[in-house]
Design a protein around this ligand. Sequence first.
Ligand code: C5P
Length: 235
Amino acid sequence: PRTAAVIPAAGRGVRLGPGAPKALRALNGTPMLVHAVRALAASRAVSLVVVVAPADGAAEVKSLLDAHALPDRTDFLVVPGGDSRQESVRLGLDALPPDYDIVLVHDAARPLVPVDTVDAVIQAVRDGARAVVPALPLADTVKEVEPARVSGDPEPVLATPERARLRAVQTPQGFDRATLVHAHETVTDNVTDDASMVEQLGGPVVVVPGHEEAFKVTRPLDLVLAEAVLARRRL
Ligand code: C5P
C-alpha cells in the first residue's frame, strides 16, 4: 500500500509572537516547514507529501520547496489551506491521487520528528490499525479546571486524571485513508487532532511510542529548544 503525508502548515502561529506564519519561520536558517517536509520524506515508505499552505501563500510555499533540496523519490504538492486546522487537513485530503491507501497527517509545527517515529506509525497502519497516534507519557500532573472568564483569575480545579493513564499526543498520525476521509466528512465539531474525529465515530485508535524530538514548536522557548536539538544532531 502506498503512503502519502499531508502537512497542514496554514496556521498563523499567534502564540509564537508576531512575524511570518509559523511554518515559514526559520530554524537554523531553514524554514520550519522545510524541516518538517524533510522529516516525512526521510521515510522510504512516503512517496507523496501534500503541503497545505496559508490560503494567500501557496505560491510562496511552492517556490520555497523548489529552493530547498528534497529527496527525488518523493512527489510534492502544495494546496491552499483553510480557516481551521481541520479544514486545512480536509483540503489536503481532497488533493490526494487515488492510489494512496495510507495517509499520515503531520503538523508543520513538529519539524524534528525522527524518521523512526514516522516509520513506526506507518508500520502500525500496515499491520492493520485504522488510526495510529504517537504519544508520550506526561511529566506534569494534569488538572481539569473551570476556565476563568477573565484570564489570570484563579481557576477552580474539577478533577485530576490519573497521570499514568494519560498520554501527550504528537504527529504524524497515521490512518487507513477511507477511515480518515469518512471522519472528515462526518465530524463537524472543532477538534485539535485527526484521531479524535475517528474516536468520535467509535473507531479504534491506537497509540505507539512517540519521541521527545517530535515536540510541537508553539511558544518562543520552543524555538530555542528546536535549534539546540539541531545543533546536537550535527555533532
Ligand atoms: O495551532 P496548532 O499549533 O495546533 O496548529 C497545528 C498545525 O496546524 C500547524 O502546523 C498549523 O500550521 C496547522 N494549521 C493549518 N490551518 C489552520 C490552522 C492551523 O494548517 N487554519
